[in-house]
Design a protein around this ligand. Structure first.
Ligand code: GLN
Length: 207
């Protein structure tokens, strides 16, 4: 059986994730397919799922309307790797500050974290910097676009990266809780494939 990875494709930077995942599978020599999920009924056949960046309120509304939100909760419960980037990070959270709550944002509640939208202010809407992640030796090119951050993570959440020297735990930009991983930035917009490799490696490959 081949591995099947789904990218939630109702809105956002979907194709970039599809391309990154396909090239990773090829590099790893794994047989696999990458599918775009637009409706109910596909998530359960996937071994891992990516929730891309985009507009978190829009993606939230659409996955609920299409019946994909509950399927994602079931996939998480089943232990399947799920990665959310940028807007996807917001969707994974259990809690949000005012910037999240006032829009009636759907939160899947898969990670014990509180998130904040557009956490880096207007002057720094988009930026790129070498980001130190605890899972890699070399910095990762972090592309931030109107990025959210995690302002609070419960015990049991592994913080993979923080921005700045804020020792209070604010501005966490990468975290993992078991099979769920949230990134404030866009690994699909670089040519560095280490994060997608790391994500795919969490799937238990079947022969
Ligand atoms: N600021 C956007 C939101 O809150 C996320 C931006 C992005 O995914 N690039 O939905």
């Amino acid at each position: 059986m081949v591995v099947k990875i789904g990218v939630i494709g109702l809105q956002g930077d979907v194709e970039e994730h599809v391309r990154a995942l396909k090239s990773c599978l090829a590099e790893m020599g794994e047989h696999g397919e990458v599918v775009i999920i637009k409706h109910h009924g596909i998530v359960s056949s996937c071994d891992a799922i990516v929730i891309p960046g985009g507009e978190s309120t829009t993606i939230g509304r659409l996955i609920e309307r299409e019946g994909v939100a509950d399927e994602l909760r079931e996939a998480a419960e089943a232990g399947k790797p799920i990665m959310g980037t940028c807007a996807g990070m917001i969707l994974l959270a259990k809690d949000g500050d005012e910037s999240v709550k006032r829009t009636g944002q759907l939160l899947l509640g898969l990670m014990d974290v509180r998130v904040k939208r557009n956490a880096f202010g207007r002057q720094r809407e988009s930026f790129e910097l070498p980001l130190k992640l605890s899972i890699f030796d070399e910095p990762f090119p972090g592309v931030f676009i109107r990025a959210p951050c995690i302002t609070h993570a419960a015990a049991g959440v592994d913080v993979l990266a923080r921005l700045g020297d804020d020792a209070t735990g604010e501005r966490i930009v990468a975290a993992r809780q078991g099979n769920i991983m949230a990134l404030a930035f866009h690994p699909e917009l670089t040519t560095d494939r280490r994060i997608h490799h790391y994500f795919i490696a969490q799937i238990n490959f079947r022969s």
